[in-house]
Design a protein around this ligand. Sequence first.
Ligand SMILES: [Zn+2]
Length: 294
Amino acid sequence: MPSITVLLAALFLVTSAVAQQRMDGDLTSTPVRGSVHVLVMPAAGNVGVSVGKDGVFMIDDQFAPMAPKISAAVARLTDKPVRYILNTHWHGDHSGGNATFGGQGIVIVAHDNVRTRMSAEHFNAFFKSTTPPSPAEALPVITFSDRITFHFNGDTIRVIHIPGAHTDGDAMFYFEKADMLHAGDVFVLYGYPFIDLSSGGSTAGMIAGLDQILGVIGPETLVIPGHGPVVRRDRVESFRAMLATARDRVLKLVDEGKTLEQVIAARPLADFDLEWGKSFIKVDQFVTTLYNSR
Ligand SMILES: [Zn+2]
């Protein structure tokens, strides 16, 4: 989901590689490390692309209307075909291109719950919006429960489920050789995160998921967040610290018997707002999520 912070952050993606950036309208292609590039469109999820002798392995495919631009950006990197598309989770800013690419016969892979959620009408209580079932060609044709490993373009790509975090179908993608991780929306850099309780997400799961990510990455690992610039471990740590502290503060007020209205009125995150409050998730909404996710 978009915010002006994401728009700005995207412009500063991987500064060392700025000179090599290719622009295509709203879509920017930047090499990250090894075989991996990242395609960024402001407001949409970051697309990770591995390009090499085996072809193209793509993580997420943004909004549906972006599919032709994604194809054009990939075609400028290689003349080899896209073999696999993996979704970090089911949200439409990460899986919106599935119908187009699945219709082209590209193999779509995701966690079991991504297929389950995309297969049915879904009501989101936070946005008060209903999403219809996805067409058959958009659905993942290979699904996994805990993890799946790809041996592709000379790298080993470990795909690991993160249970009940941003949604109930999140996965992270760790490229061992490139030492690079795509975190999906369990780790985002637009400010207070959206935790999709209607899709089986939870605050505790987000924090546990960030610990899972921190257990995989090292000091030099490049981390592609679901939204925002490519960063290193320290930014994951500070995001986790904010989330854990925010949750502790809200739960302490809950333990004191305060109602949601009283918790919001107490402004438990007042000192966080300057750094984290620029998200499309306003502080009252974030406190409400922390209150409701217990
Ligand atoms: Zn999402």
